[in-house]
Design a protein around this ligand. Sequence first.
Ligand code: MSP
Length: 513
Amino acid sequence: MTTTRKTKAFYVTTPIYYVNDIPHIGHAYTGIAADVLARFKRLDGYQVHFLTGTDEHGQKVEKAAAAAGEDPKDFVNRVSQHFQDLAKKLQLSNDIFMRTTRESHYKSAQDLWMKLVDAGYIYKGSYAGWYAVRDEAFYQESELIDGKAPTGAPVEWVEESSYFFKLSAFQDKLLKFYADHPQAVAPESRFNEVIRFIQGGLKDLSISRSTFKWGVPVPNDPDHIMYVWIDALTNYITALGYPDRSSSDMETFWPESLHLIGKDILRFHCVYWHAFLMAAGLNPPKRVFAHGWWTNEGQKISKSSGNVIDPYELIDTYGVDGIRYFLIREIPFGGDGDFSKRALIARINSDLANDFGNLVQRVLSFVYKNCEAKVPTPDALKPEDTAFLEKAHALLETLRQHADVQALHKMCESIWEVISYANRYVDQEQPWALRKTDTARMETVLYVLTEVIRHLAILAQPIIPIASGKVLDQLNIPADARLFDCLESTPLKSGTTLNQPEGVFPRIQSVSL
Ligand code: MSP
């Protein structure tokens, strides 16, 4: 079991973000979700590659640079840095921060283009239709609602010479692919949305622009730059060494790819991307999971409403673990949800400070004071001890099942079920009363609790890495004993010295709401 797990690979990506503006909560959300999965799989013995990054070309970015009075190159360097800083601040464990302005990415995007040309899927024509710069998307007349894109973005009429991709040739191939791979898009409602879109008929797609310059040049035709989405989507394989198709990263990671995206960019990731890859003779990604959107205190988040949530400010006020936990726990991954400070504070205070924080604090301080700061020595276990330990031992398998279907909120729920169980066990066993009546039993109860806390801290690392790390430090667990492999193989050794316990989750006292 352990050896097969070790040979497994996992590739997880976030969208690469447009650098037209500074990061907001939506960017933080996908990054955290991907990080939870990447950390989980690494701890579970997988070889992991985790990508996030910035999408730096296109009309939207060019316009933003012009508005800032900056050269696009300087502008994208500056704004991309905010996203790189945010990744650090969120404790993301990304293996690569991809940028589409990299030389290697130009080569990759141009190679993919040439593969499409060689396979006969690209032809030159001219485009006349609607374009929404905000979405970087072409729209049919019939799709417009009150003269705007279905997303509400303003559209402009575009007439220009353009290359086209024969998307129309992929309708049946895509339907067949999805019939054979029903797990390739999740949640199921999004899968159905993709199928409906394909069944509605696919028109050839304009894939170059010739009225501005900020993009990857089309091979052999310098008057054209690539449509930003064909350039951007290719980043996922550039990062694995493409155009070298047999690079070890392509072979190891591409078959195990999971793209996490927001629900608004489904069509690009589940129709266009798959068709480009099929046309180039490459396999589509293994799975695309589209999450929902956050509102802010019940309102749609938009720059014009002035209610954009700044992730930096949140982290500074509430701490990174608190934000990570809240975003993952508060709404079922895949659904929409509302962000409110009241809900955030309630989660931090009740789940983190009260349930987990107090459990750890009261048990470890008690052990520290009453067992000479050492892991206690258990006597014979009673059935209630064994039942409790079994709960903790079963947790890993439950979390694996949730992680494999990206049920991130359920990962939190399952961990917190064991935390609640542990709090009930403390109340029932009353170690403080046993101190006066039966110290052997007291040591047993405390050993079992400390051992369960070790499990909880190891398994919570992907979600709340800082606090879990502190608990594991207090338990004196070395870095190499924090892997999931060690959950059962390396139980706590009685007599091991503990470090001075300190609170890991401060309560949020008062914050202006
Ligand atoms: N550059 C493209 C992605 C290219 S991937 C090859 C892009 N960039 S973006 O900067 O606009 O990123 C948007 C991401 O943020 C999307 O996944 C989108 O769903 C997400 N969100 C934007 N607003 C959001 C919320 N209010 N809530 C949650 N996520 C949101 O699209």
